[in-house]
Design a protein around this ligand. Sequence first.
Ligand SMILES: [Cu+2]
Length: 632
Amino acid sequence: MGGRAFTDRMGMGPARTVQRRRTGRLAGWLAGAVGLALAAGGALVAAPPSPPPAAASVGGTSVTILIERGDATQGFSTPTVTVAGDGTLSVTNLDTYDHTVTSVALDSAGVPLFDVKVLHGTTMAIPAVDGLASGTYEFYCRFHPNMRGTLVVDRAGGGTTGVEPAYDQSLVVPSVLTGSHLRLRMREAHVRVLPTGPRTPMWTYAGTWPGPTIRRPAGRDTRVTFINDLPRGAGAMSVHLHGDHHAAKDDGQPTRFLIQRGRSRTYHYPLTYGGEPEPSSFFWYHDHRMDHTARNNWRGLQGMFVVKDADGRTLRLPTGARDVPLMVADRSFNEGNRLANPFAAGPQMVHRHGEMRFTGEHAPPNDATTGTHVLVNGRYLPHLDVSATRYRLRLLNASSASAYTFALSDGRPLIQIGTGNGLLPRPVARPELLLGPAQRADVLVDFHGEEGTRVALRSVPRTDSTAGTGSRTAPLMQFRVQGAARDPSLLPTRLPTPELVRAPRRVTKTWRFDLTGDPRTGSAWTINGRAFDPDRVDHRARLGTVERWRLRNTSDVTHYVHIHAEQWRTLSRDGRRPPPWERGLEDTWKLDPGEVVEVAARFTDYTGAFMIHCHMLDHEDHGMMARFDVVP
Ligand SMILES: [Cu+2]
């Protein structure tokens, strides 16, 4: 765990010894100072008043969770806090990033027991702690979920505790469209998201969130007409079919070929690659309008797209109702179940030396849009009745910023057979499976012999690395295993992997992802030091050639980088052969701080402008996108 003292996922009791960490840092001093001030008031003091070094555990009747500079990657300076009697709890944030202190446990309405956003350089009280019963409560930061801690409440009398989710809504599987020319009207609709109360007004593709799932055979010409009937103020839209290979004019360009309000546009998807049918894939379609992609996706402009080839039949993978696409995305809500509007606070765009920069509270790096509720196919904590057979789950993370590490509650692995862009060379057992924004995985789960059991799918903290931004701790949904049924499906041991290109030795192009500037004077997420400019060509690739690209993250948060136009082979991750689940085709890669990933593709079929960008949508909107042109 990279030297971190905090290693226990399930929480630590008050009697447990906590290792000291970061000796001599401010944590110990401040905890001591807080203790001293309280001692003067006659209160119980658990933290030693002096001298430093730091104790990671603090307690008393007026307790401070301390966040210091660097904690976004190192974790809370005080990972264990104890509140005794009628004590109070607050958070002091001395970091340059905004953070939250969010309870993992949910109340009976499914809302975190406490969830406090604390801007950098401020202190916030956590009044909800007053009502908590004695016990141990895990907490984390929604923006940087690798920051985790434990709150121990030690008092007489009753109070609120966490409630296991009831999963009482049914999972909704979006309606399926299969035609060769489809029409989808973008319009406002009132969508059932939360189990009780009013429906939520959203911007939708054809009235639902997610929009209809499009299923098309590989190699069959497909046209989709999108009509923009969204409310005034929504502006022009642009639809990107994420992962697919198609012409530049059909790519959902951020500033060109837009769909103005009251107008329509038809996108052409041949579903071919170099004249051959595309591999079986799990794509998704979503808005890609410059500066507004995060807002338009948050409001609901998202849907799934499955490209089928003959693999499914020859491999005897689960089909029909046993092939379930699952789109996972987080949202927050206001009164009346209305979506919160994180975009009302800006940021403001300014220009510095001809490049865009952002100022204000929501400027980079404090622009991560996360939600308190993690939804599956647009419903909160749903369940799915399944037969005691094998299922194929297609997992999509459609969140703006949150990553999820998928795990089943009974500890059995997910059997991953594919990425979003086709099958892997062989199945990989994944006890935990991390997906950042826009990443997908194709997995098998077998419920044979488990009649009557209930298995939860949830997101757990990352254990693969502590260097990155981490994944949410959250329940997602529940499978309720009903009776046995005939199951013609098989568990494949070999898979027909799409052909992988031979890459040149030399790196053709390096793309470096970083943060530039300061939110007070203007900041931006940048690629090679520059913020996005749709009129600037940052690289030219020649049609028909194979290029090797190096992706390098020099910032101190994780990015998930997406490349348009082609389907890419992952050559290496940090100089080593990529892990087994990255040996198929990909379009979006995790880049933890300091990580270097090399990828290769042949530029095939289409010339014109395409994008490379971070798929954390606030990062994309705030500069972290570049244009490359494929030229004849
Ligand atoms: Cu990013």
